[in-house]
Structures are given as C-alpha cells and as structure tokens.
Design a protein around this ligand. Structure first.
Ligand SMILES: Cc1ncc(COP(=O)(O)O)c(C=O)c1O
Length: 440
C-alpha cells in the first residue's frame, strides 16, 4: 500500500505576501451623522430606530460616542440577561478563538463544543413530554429564534402525521391571538398583526387561532387534524400579557387528551427573565417541547434551540430531515456553555425574582400617583406599564432623553426588561426617571 502524502506545511497569515491591509479596528470612528446616513442609504428600512448610536456596552449600560451613558431597560429583548459583555462569557469566546476552536466546521463531523452544549442544555431543561417515554431531553440547535420555532412546527406536524395518522398537509396547530414567534413567511402566516404578513402571500395554512388565555376556546378548535399547540407562557411582544392561572395547565390537559404536542416558546421569557429559569415553572406545567434563543448564548452570538423529549426528537429528526450550516457552530456553543454556567453561578433567575419584585412594587406606587398609567403587570424583571393613551413610545422617547432605553410592547405598553444583573442603585435610576415621565 502506498503511503499517504503528509499535508504540506501551510502559510500562516503572518507569512502571507498577499495580506490585505485592513484598518486596525474595523469599527474605525466615523461621525454618528454619517453612520445614520449610511444606514438610511444602504440599509433596509425595516426598523423605526431611535436617533442614537451605541458604540460600546457593558453590564446594564450602553455608551454613545458623545459620552452619554444609557441604562438598558430592553436588554435586546432578553438577549442580554447576563449583562452586556459578561466577562465570563466573553472569556469563553476569546478562548475558543485563541485556541482556534471557534471556526464553523461542517456538520458531517462532531465538535466538542456542540456535544458539550447539547448535554448542558438538555439537562438544564426539566424533563419534557410527560406522556412519552422518559429517556431525557434532546436539543436541536439553530441560529435565530424563529428558525427554532419552525423546527418545533415540524416536530408537531410530523408527530401528527406519524403517530396520529393525519394525512400529510392536513395537520393543524393551535396558536393564540397577539402571538409573536418571529418573521419567516410560515410564522407570520399565523400572526394576528396584519402588517407582519400583508402582501407576503401565499401564506402557510394549517394554523387556527384562539384568544390568549382562553382554554375552552382552544379546546373548541381541536379536531381530528390537530397535532399541536404553540404558545408563549407569557406574551412579550403582544403587550406583556400574563395568562390567567390555569391556562397552561389547561393546555397541558388538552394536549394529553388529544395526543397533541404542547410547545412553549420561551425565547423571550425563558432563562430567568420572569424570575424562574423557565416561565412555565410558575404554573408547574411541563410542555412537550420548549424553544429557546436570545439569552442562551449570553447575548454575544446567534444561537437558538428546540429542546424536546428524546423519543419525539428521534421520531422526527433522522439524517437529512433538518440541518443548518451555522446551527450549533463551535463559537456559539462556547458562548452557550459559558452562558448556562454563568446563569446558574450568578443566580440570574433568583436575582430576577428578587429585584423584579422590588421594582414592580415601586412601579405600582408610581402608577398609583400617575394620571397616565392604566396598569402595571409582570413577573421577575419582565414588567409592562400600560398607558391610557396607548402611545407607549411617546414616553419611551422621553425616557431616552433621560438616558434610559425602553421600548413599547404592542404600542400601548412600556416594556421594562433590563439585564437581570441590575443592582439597587440602577433600580433607583429606573424609578426616578419613570416617576418624572409618568407623574411629572
Ligand atoms: C417569543 C418570541 N419568539 C420568537 C422570536 C423570534 O426570535 P428571532 O428574532 O431571534 O428570530 C421572538 C423575538 O423577539 C420572540 O420574542
């Protein structure tokens, strides 16, 4: 047998003669004015942005080029739960890059980062799928949250096809009014916000909608083709809505009675945001599948996941049935592993519960003195302040002038969802500003 040739010694970046002369820092300083012009000229106009350019972030704070320091009460829609540039998560990413373990690798081989992340996340989530064999959870990673929502929809539909004998193409999934699960065509097809889907047809069929919080209405939608229920245990984008107690348990019961896959979208409300690791733990109800994103990689890299019962995962996702080039890439997984470790070590869920309870009770006092507040509602550090005139952004703009970033949920509610690490003086900072804006 002829010996195989040895790989040639490769040229390193330092020895290459064709090195490109990059600027030292790719974020080379430009006046903020021209950056806004670049965005307007070269970017899609799909966000209505506030006129502020953030250059740097740390902990709960955002820094502008002109020296402003702004408290972040949005935390990138719960991505920055652990605080911006959390040192432990940053270090894990730096180490992965420094050790040359960060680059994306073809999914035809294994990587230690992915394997470790799968184990950590599958074990972190409580055992799912109570009526299926209990062989633990399994995880399927993707990048953005909506990709994992789509993966979960595949799970429910295939279960219906394979285990309930529903004809392929006839499967139906129950969803809820005011839902927000992302922006792909399939997912906006069942959004109750017309703007999200108008003109993007043909839309994806197979979804029926019940009022959020109404178990009996959901039950009334079940028929022989129903294969699943997709719900947010608390609605974030839909107006910071907490469902009535018993809603999630009622859905669990329907799912068990009719052999449906109960999917909880915890992309925004999971990972400690509402004061528990998972929002569904407030009602002690376990779903068959949970969708996670945002905070699971510490706000540094795109990473999302579908976690479900091992039996269901193995039933649906055999080789070739799903995939993603960057899904579960080593750098994102390094961040994910560190973010999960940090979540536990920093007691983020407990801190969210403690700080959130204090903040909410102070906000309720402010609301009682305010003529403009309709209601304060929330759990943990996920608090909505609904305003009577329905124009929450008007108040958010004033808050930004006072160096506090918040935005609206569903137009009528100011969303207060800072990083879970905020301290008492930062709580004071939030309350002082809200007092000014809402009371005067
Ligand atoms: C509950 C929920 N589901 C899904 C998504 C979509 O996630 P992504 O924007 O990462 O696709 C979001 C985003 O805000 C969300 O809040």
């Amino acid at each position: 047998m002829t010996a195989l040739s040895k790989p040639e010694k490769t040229e390193t970046a330092e020895t290459s003669e064709n090195m490109i002369d990059f600027p030292q820092n790719i974020f080379f300083e430009e006046p903020d004015g021209s950056l806004l012009d670049y965005d307007r000229q070269f970017g899609a106009n799909h966000y209505e942005r506030l006129n502020t350019v953030i250059r740097r972030t740390e902990g709960a704070w955002l820094y502008t080029a002109d020296g402003r320091k702004i408290l972040d009460c949005l935390a990138a829609y719960s991505s920055a739960n652990a605080g911006h540039h959390n040192p432990k998560i940053v270090q894990a990413v730096i180490d992965a890059l420094g050790e040359k373990r960060g680059s994306v690798i073809s999914n035809v081989v294994y990587t230690s980062a992915l394997s470790l992340f799968l184990k950590k996340l599958s074990e972190f989530v409580p055992p799912l799928g109570p009526r299926f064999p209990q062989d633990g959870n399994k995880t399927l990673p993707k990048n953005g949250g909506v990709e994992s929502v789509e993966t979960a929809l595949k799970l429910a539909r295939y279960h219906g096809y394979k285990e309930k004998n529903i004809s392929d193409g006839k499967q139906e999934i129950i969803v809820f009014d005011g839902n927000f699960h992302g922006r792909t065509i399939c997912v906006v097809s069942f959004s109750s916000t017309k703007k999200y889907s108008e003109g993007f047809g043909p839309l994806t069929p197979g979804f029926v909608t019940a009022p959020y919080g109404d178990v009996e209405a959901a039950r009334g939608l079940v028929n022989a083709n129903t294969c699943g229920i997709l719900v947010e245990p608390m609605q974030g984008e839909g107006g910071m809505n907490i469902p009535p107690l018993g809603f999630l348990a009622g859905l669990r019961q329907i799912a068990d009675e009719h052999n449906l896959i109960l999917i909880f979208d915890e992309i925004q409300v999971g990972m400690g945001r509402t004061g528990k690791d998972f929002c569904f733990q407030h009602e002690n109800v376990v779903p068959d599948a949970v969708i996670l994103g945002k905070a699971i990689s510490g706000g540094l890299l795109p990473l999302s996941a579908l976690v479900t019962n091992a039996h269901l995962m193995d039933l649906v996702f055999t080789p070739g049935r799903d995939g993603s080039t960057y899904g579960g890439n080593p750098l994102a997984c390094a961040a994910g592993i560190a973010a999960l470790d940090n979540h536990v070590a920093d007691r983020l869920s407990e801190r969210s519960a403690e700080t959130g309870a204090k903040l909410k009770s102070r906000l309720e006092k402010i609301a009682s003195r305010s003529k403009v507040v309709k209601e304060v509602r929330g759990m943990g550090l996920f608090i909505g302040i609904e305003v009577k005139d329905g124009d929450a952004m008007k108040y958010c703009r004033k808050l930004l002038d006072m160096d506090l970033l918040a935005n609206d949920s569903y137009g009528h509610t100011i969303r207060i969802s800072p990083p879970l690490i905020i301290n008492e003086s930062e709580v004071d900072y939030i309350c002082e500003r809200l007092e000014k804006v809402l009371v005067g």
